[in-house]
Design a protein around this ligand. Structure first.
Ligand code: SAM
Length: 437
């Protein structure tokens, strides 16, 4: 007999399968039609299950492999995901009774038409609760890359790389940070929303917030559900990581600026540029992917009529005869600064990709420079913690362009180290084009 599975676990199961099969991002799927019918409490549980399971994946698989008679890679993906979900609840969610965690995973494989695997899932998860398995959970106290990799569930190559760069103490802070749930940050995203109206409206809807230590514009939710507020529904506020919010400020925007963003994505920073500039002159926001700009248009065009979305490959000649005096290149990168918010990146990223992004990043910067007016400013940013994508790209670019210089010479980079700044990890360099060369 197939008993109904709880809606939160079923949603988490479907989302995890899509993350694995389609390279999708969990954060996007959790705000898609897959969770439309969930009540707030179920959505909270689904979110916890999805992110928790993705963050702890390496550790969960290690213990499950110990408890399973078959190697995990030989099992159906549905069985692996049901086992991970069950093991995550048994280990990390004290409030879920063990029998419920096991039972729901068994029902999930049945619902996925893998009835024959139900007994197997039951047996493996029962073994996860034994004393032998308990020893396996706790076996990693060595302070080596291999030990830390399993204990904090990060890929070993990345832990090794970070250990050499940051040292043990900072590394552990970073790994612990990545395994905590991220804070929710937001900002004003409307030309006519004042701070007073923001405070009064949110107080009336039981949301408490405070400003971030690095900027009064960055707001942090302390209590309440910001997604349910009228201000969010009417797009008058935008949810955006604190580190990401700091980047457009580096352009030092003024009303007369003519602005371009080369890699606009879903428009978080483009709309902020429009707001900080505070004038109706156009802001051009480019991206390779039409689909992302469709989302951007839906999220931001209501408030910012002067945003123009252009789908194009920004490494190729751009469709503009004019030049710009403020350009943002928020480059595609490995994303190693966002492993708290996007835990799936841990399992997708390969070490060699870090070097591979460099060519694309330099091509984008080069193209941006061709469109920069003398006296203008480029901000180059990434959400990567890796010097190959950050300082090394900027130095290569500056070495090839005598007409470009850092706005703040030597060491004039913004680097946000997540556990210290309570933001995603970001890097940014502000560069100018000399008026005479
Ligand atoms: C770091 S994300 C940008 C995030 C965005 N600025 C924001 O704040 O939401 C990098 C973006 O670069 C885009 N991209 C990748 N290659 C590109 C190319 N050759 N030309 C233009 N955009 C590109 C990707 O589609 C992705 O949206």
């Amino acid at each position: 007999m197939i008993l109904p599975v709880s809606p939160a676990r079923l949603a988490a199961f479907k989302i995890l399968l899509r993350v694995l099969r389609e390279n999708s991002y969990a954060s996007e799927l959790l705000h898609s039609s897959l969770t439309d019918s969930l009540h707030e409490k179920d959505l909270r549980l689904a979110t916890e299950l999805v992110f928790g399971t993705l963050r702890q994946q390496l550790l969960l698989d290690h213990v499950l492999a110990f408890c399973s008679a078959h190697p995990l890679p030989r099992l159906d993906m549905e069985v692996i995901v049901a086992l991970r979900l069950g093991a995550y609840q048994l280990r990390f969610l004290q409030r879920v009774p063990a029998h419920a965690a096991i039972h729901e995973s068994v029902e999930l494989v049945k619902a996925a038409r893998l009835k024959s695997a139900a007994g197997y899932v039951n047996a493996v998860l029962r073994k996860v609760r034994t004393n032998d398995a308990e020893r396996t959970w706790n076996a990693f106290d060595e302070l080596t890359a291999a030990g830390l990799s399993l204990r904090f569930s990060h890929p070993e190559w990345l832990v090794e790389r970070w250990l050499a760069r940051f040292g043990l103490e900072k590394l552990i802070q970073l790994l612990e940070h990545n395994n905590r749930a991220p804070k929710v940050y937001f900002r004003i995203n409307s030309p006519d929303l004042t701070s007073d109206e923001l405070s009064t409206t949110l107080a009336g809807q039981a949301v408490r917030f405070k400003t971030h230590a690095l900027s009064n514009d960055v707001l942090e939710v302390i209590e309440g559900n910001i997604y349910e507020t009228t201000l969010f529904r009417n797009q008058r506020i935008a949810i955006q990581d604190a580190g990401s919010q700091l980047i457009p400020h580096l352009l030092d925007l003024e009303a007369s600026d003519v602005c371009l963003e080369l890699c606009a994505g879903v428009g978080g920073k483009s709309s902020q540029i429009a707001r900080l500039k505070g004038s109706p002159s156009p802001v051009f926001a480019l991206d390779l992917h039409w689909r992302r700009l469709q989302v951007a248009r839906r999220l931001h065009s209501l408030n910012w009529k002067n945003l123009h979305w252009v789908t194009c490959d920004a490494t190729r000649p751009l469709p503009f005869l004019r030049r710009f005096n403020k350009i943002l290149v928020d480059a595609p990168c490995s994303g190693t600064g966002t492993l708290q918010r996007h835990p799936e990146i841990r399992w997708r990223l390969r070490a060699e990709q870090i070097r591979e992004f460099r060519r694309l990043q330099l091509a984008l910067l080069e193209n941006a420079f061709q469109h920069l007016l003398p006296g203008g400013t480029i901000v180059y940013s990434t959400c990567s913690l890796e010097p190959e994508e950050n300082e090394a790209v900027v130095h290569s670019f500056l070495n090839a362009h005598a007409g470009a210089s850092l706005a703040i010479p030597e060491g004039g980079f913004l680097t946000l180290f997540p556990p210290e700044t309570e933001t995603d990890g970001f890097f940014a360099a502000v560069m100018g084009r000399k008026t005479r060369q």
